[in-house]
Design a protein. Structure first.
Lengths: 123, 235
């Protein structure tokens, strides 16, 4: 005999107030966008500092270790921050997909509970 | 074996008797979370290492410490490789969740058919896009893992070069010069290779989305078919 594959109670869990506000995925996406924007801003900072460095003559440029060090340091970690932000955005996609799966399960549960009765009424 | 064909707008969606998960679907069911966890871990480790490399570069410029520059160069070689590997794991996790959506659509379809006492409990015959998903995803993942190994090789070669040589490449000679040249040559193609690997995993996501469209269409057509009188309504 074929039995149902769905676990009961998914529909009820979707009626929980927490479900109405998908703040977990939104929050993670917000953090991701923040990291990407920060990386972009740091890119602009590096561009300005590099411009300043190269505006000097050769001797002054060679002596300007502070600015060269700042540029090198930012260039070392800035791409990692960008990729970290993108990874957070991808994680928010994962959270949204989990929510979609739960919604499909709830829809199935509702159909299983109501469709037979609905069809027998209309026939 | 195909037991029926549904038609809509000229397209033909084949149905087969309901069956449980095959191996790729079982893997998607159980592996999406470990993949996500490993991916996030790799990205966080990579970010931490990149910050450490930045500090080392600062030390080099402030104290002219060649060892710091060598440490930074070595770290940066495997940092990018690790972060891209993490991103590949996260993207694979997304592909697996999309496969889980297809699985959920199939299972809910099964339950609805059982509930309305359909004569035959059927599901969509796995389309070509569905069969290609695991192949394309694994291919992309393998490419990124290959690029990760290249990153480790780069880091290994850099660690064998004297610190003074990395600070002033004009002083490099013999095997050290050859190793440095190899690292630079790898740099030219390993970046595009990593992106190609991620793009391949993205292609598997597109395939999964196309499969979901087919599954949703099949459900609509199956309901139409059931409403056509080929079932016994519940009493």
């Amino acid at each position: 005999m074929t039995t149902h594959t769905l676990k009961p109670g998914v529909w009820a869990s979707l009626e929980h107030p927490e479900y109405a506000d998908p703040e977990d995925s939104t929050f993670v996406a917000f953090l991701g966008i923040l990291a990407v924007m920060f990386s972009l801003a740091m890119g602009v900072v590096v561009a300005v500092k590099t411009g300043d460095l190269w505006a000097q003559d050769a001797a002054a440029r060679a002596a300007d270790k502070v600015r060269a060090g700042q540029i090198g340091a930012i260039q070392a970690w800035n791409p990692a921050v960008l990729l970290f932000g993108i990874s957070l955005l991808m994680t928010s996609v994962v959270l949204v997909l989990r929510r979609i799966i739960k919604t499909i399960q709830a829809r199935g549960e509702a159909m299983v509970a109501n469709l037979p009765r609905l069809i027998s009424t209309t026939h | 074996m195909s037991i029926g064909t549904l038609t809509a707008g000229g397209a033909r969606l084949q149905s087969v008797p309901y069956k449980s998960d095959d191996l790729p679907q079982k893997m998607a069911k159980y592996l999406w979370l470990p993949m996500l966890a490993m991916g996030l871990m790799a990205v966080v480790i990579g970010l931490g290492a990149a910050i450490s490399a930045g500090i080392n570069i600062g030390d080099f410029f402030s104290a002219s410490d060649a060892e710091s520059l060598k440490d930074a160069s070595t770290t940066m070689a495997w940092t990018s490789a690790t972060i891209f590997l993490g991103m590949a794991f996260i993207l694979s996790s997304i592909t697996m969740l999309l496969v889980n959506i297809v699985r959920t659509l199939r299972d809910t379809g099964h339950d609805v058919q059982v509930a309305v006492r359909a004569g035959e409990v059927t599901q969509l015959r796995k389309p070509l896009t569905g069969r290609l998903i695991p192949v394309v995803m694994m291919m992309g993942l393998m490419i990124v893992i290959g690029a990760f190994v290249v990153g480790i090789v780069q880091a290994d070669k850099l660690s064998g070069i004297p610190a003074g040589g990395i600070a002033d490449t004009a002083t490099l000679q013999g095997q050290d010069l050859a190793d440095y040249g190899t690292v630079q040559a790898f740099d030219a193609w390993v970046g595009p290779l990593r992106l190609f690997g991620l793009a391949t995993i993205f292609a598997s996501i597109v395939l999964a989305l196309r499969t979901i469209i087919q599954a949703i269409r099949f459900q609509g057509q199956r309901i139409q078919e059931l409403a056509g009188g080929r079932f016994t309504p519940a009493a």
